[in-house]
Ligand binder design. Structure first.
Ligand SMILES: [Zn+2]
Length: 183
């Protein structure tokens, strides 16, 4: 039997409980500067976890250690270090989103990707439509994107992803699938 094609989009979702401070050693100096600039521990934890998940995902794909992954966050509009993350030297497309206690990272091996995670602060239909708009925007808003919602095992949160047509998506919410530090 043929093996199914590997997913072209992989998504990992983790909770802030996994934001182990030892993950700081994976950060590069600019990420560390940004981490230290957040005033609240929750914001620090969200950034740390997102950065670590991104490094773990790219490292897994490229076969290198998370701390050896080069991440470029230069904003394409203003040059500041708050832009969409990219992994120079690879064709991987990346997107990060967080809401409440959850952080999501999406990685596409082909074509654009955008992920959006939101807490339900108003009606589910309103929030869902917002996640679709955001995911599409973060994927660059091209014509040939498909956008869909993805189920989460946590209540009161919604997530949507935008990616190129014909892509297959795999979502993982288990720590074992993401090579973070053991606790
Ligand atoms: Zn900017």
């Amino acid at each position: 039997m043929d093996n199914p094609a590997p997913p072209s989009v992989r998504i990992w979702v983790a909770t802030l409980a996994q934001a182990d401070l030892r993950l700081r050693r994976w950060l590069d100096p600019r990420e560390m500067g940004r981490f230290l600039n957040y005033e609240s521990p929750a914001d620090q934890a969200r950034f740390l976890l997102g950065a670590a998940m991104l490094r773990s995902a790219v490292g897994q794909q490229l076969g290198i250690r998370p701390e050896d992954v080069t991440v470029n966050r230069e904003c394409e509009s203003c040059g500041a270090w708050h832009g969409r993350p990219r992994a120079p030297g690879s064709s991987l497309q990346l997107s990060v989103s967080h809401a409440g206690l959850l952080v999501a990272v999406a990685m596409a091996t082909a074509g654009p990707v955008g992920i959006d995670l939101e807490r339900m602060r108003s009606s589910p239909a309103t929030v869902e439509s917002w996640t679709h708009k955001e995911a599409r925007f973060k994927a660059g808003g091209g014509e040939d994107l498909i956008v869909h919602s993805l189920p989460l095992p946590w209540p009161r949160h919604l997530m949507a992803v935008a990616h190129q047509k014909n892509g297959t998506v795999e979502v993982s919410t288990s720590r074992q699938r993401l090579d973070l530090l053991e606790r």
